[in-house]
Design a protein around this ligand. Structure first.
Ligand code: PDD
Length: 278
């Protein structure tokens, strides 16, 4: 695999970053994941806008313009002959002597790589996933897409230990989001419910696209808090992310949701999304 690191396209085994990189020491870095279908980037503009926002919120200088980053993404897709999968990009504040204060003259680093994945014909799109609810122990600025991801890693491992696929995170009795996706339920009267955006969740690019499609197709949408109890009563549940698109959730804390298969709303929204992306 050819990866990109600070101005160079190199085989992955030759790619190097400094041990003093602040991304490595302080998780002082932000990232984006975009999906690729038939060699084409999906919803990439939204990811670029959010990348800028994440950097702004952290006073992190941009290592390249959005146009330059997009050119690198396209070059990597070509170099790796990537038909379907994802492209990961990470910006860190770069190397500096270890100090909690930001360096005066940061040299931000930029790393990108591709990963093959069946994003459309993903077998779990048919079966759906199971989740458990766990306490949301993350920090208070989840709207910034930082590489500080240990809390969601721990949540994911808790889920795996419980025999589930993923975790839904819960704060003050309400679901915030999934470990790496936005969370939704559909009530028995057909209303799509998902938490409103703010500092408590990541403002998903797929979330925005899917809610716009739902609106277009006259679904009722409520952006509000929803409790774990409400999840157990739901007709359907699903998650969205750049790599999962729309994925049905068929079990929450061991309780079957709907008929145990991805529900009609989740299926329709997935269809609309894939149609739009292609
Ligand atoms: N995760 N919420 C969290 C906490 C996330 O990490 C993600 C994305 C999302 C969905 O955002 P989007 O629709 O823009 O992908 C919501 C990526 C895919 C990841 O960490 O791999």
């Amino acid at each position: 695999r050819i990866v990109y690191v600070n101005g160079e396209f190199v085989p992955e085994e030759d790619a190097k970053v400094s041990v003093f990189d602040r991304g490595f020491m302080f998780a002082d870095g932000v990232y984006e994941v975009s999906s690729v279908i038939r060699g084409k980037l999906i919803d990439n503009e939204g990811h670029m806008v959010r990348l800028q926002r994440s950097m702004n919120e952290l006073d992190m200088p941009a290592p390249a313009t959005n146009e330059e980053i997009e050119a690198i993404q396209k070059q990597l897709i070509e170099n790796n002959d990537l038909d379907e999968g994802l492209i990961y990009l990470q910006v860190t504040r770069g190397p500096a002597d270890r100090d909690f204060a930001y360096p005066k003259e940061p040299k931000p680093s930029l790393v990108l790589f591709t990963q093959k994945k069946n994003v459309i014909d993903n077998p779990i799109a048919e079966t759906g996933i199971s989740v458990i609810t766990v306490e949301d122990i993350r920090w208070a600025r989840r709207d910034i897409k930082t590489v500080g991801l240990l809390a969601p890693c721990m949540a994911k491992m808790q889920a795996k230990a419980a025999g589930a696929d993923d975790a839904w995170l819960v704060e003050d009795g309400s679901v915030t989001e999934g470990s790496s996706n936005n969370a939704y339920i559909v009530t028995k009267d057909g209303t799509i419910v998902t938490r409103y955006v703010g500092n408590q969740i990541l403002n998903g690019i797929t979330r925005r696209a899917v809610l716009a499609l739902a609106k277009e197709h006259d679904y009722n949408i409520e952006e509000r808090l929803f409790s774990v109890e409400e999840c157990y009563e739901a007709a359907e549940a699903f998650v969205t992310s750049a790599t999962m698109f729309v994925q049905g959730v068929v079990k929450i804390d061991g309780k079957q949701i709907g008929d145990g298969k991805p529900g009609p709303v989740a299926k329709k929204l997935r269809e609309y999304y894939v149609e739009m992306a292609l």
